[in-house]
Design a protein around this ligand. Structure first.
Ligand SMILES: *[C@@H]1O[C@H](CO)[C@@H](O)[C@H](O)[C@H]1NC(C)=O
Ligand SMILES: *[C@@H]1O[C@H](CO)[C@@H](O)[C@H](O)[C@H]1NC(C)=O
Length: 225
């Protein structure tokens, strides 16, 4: 009888661990160019695939990532994503890219997480104070100041940020281990949700005065991506 329970528990663990590691699947074919209209496609996991015979170079191409973008906004940064929505040929391949521009003197990519991807960032220009925080109970901050050519990794799911600590523009590129890594910007999700979270919840969670919570919820939370 005990053996049975063990087997059931083992099977359950095996099932849940395989589900837990089921981020972007490994490709099951050479190419799978994403399309939104299912009528002309072949179904696999991820998005629908175009008939491979109809794939073109344009399906695997994006241009303009050399161009800095305007960082004049409340947080002083802008993220240019290059994921499966920009390059449909990334479908099922488990990888994507971003360019991030930061305004001088404090331009910030605010604390956020990518629910589906680890990130590896390389600094192109400027000086960035970067960091991530490990999960409970330690909540250890692992941080560093980076300069051009420096590379830093933000593990999947962990809250992280980058701030320009120089007097000039800063820019970085980052690869992410998902065709669609997703972004949850902490302040926006918590104080800018739609509809708003009951202020009593946030008053207790953040140990704040109820009016401070209402003030924060009334603010406009800029999305930099
Ligand atoms: C599919 O839909 C997404 C989201 O609406 C859009 O960004 C993308 O350009 C579309 N892709 C194609 C190949 O039509
Ligand atoms: C950048 O954006 C700001 C705010 O929208 C605007 O006032 C400014 O003219 C823009 N700068 C450039 C160089 O486009």
């Amino acid at each position: 009888m005990k053996g049975h329970y063990f087997l059931v528990a083992f099977a359950f663990l095996a099932l849940t661990s395989s589900l837990a590691s089921a981020y972007d699947p490994s490709p099951l074919q050479d190419i799978c160019v994403a399309i939104n209209d299912t009528k002309t496609g072949i179904f696999v996991n991820g998005k629908f695939c175009k008939d491979p015979k109809l794939a073109t170079a344009e399906d695997f191409f994006f241009s303009g990532l050399n161009v800095p973008r305007n960082t004049t906004n409340p947080v002083g940064s802008v993220v240019t994503p290059v994921n499966v929505d920009q390059i449909p040929g990334l479908n099922t391949l488990g990888i994507s890219l971003v360019r991030i521009d930061y305004a001088p003197n404090g331009g910030l990519n605010p604390p956020h997480t990518h629910p589906r991807g680890t990130e590896i960032l390389v600094v192109l220009e400027g000086a960035l104070y970067v960091g991530f925080v490990t999960s409970n109970p330690d909540n250890r901050l692992i941080s560093k100041v980076l300069y051009p050519g420096d590379v830093f990794v933000f593990p999947i799911g962990l809250i992280h940020f980058q701030q320009n600590v120089g007097k000039t523009n800063a820019a970085a590129f980052a690869g992410l281990s998902s065709q669609n890594p997703g972004v949850i910007t902490i302040a926006n999700a918590v104080f800018g949700s739609n509809p708003p979270i009951n202020p009593d919840v946030l008053t207790r969670a953040f140990q704040l005065d109820n009016n401070v919570v209402k003030y924060l919820q009334s603010r406009f939370w800029w999305k930099n991506n």
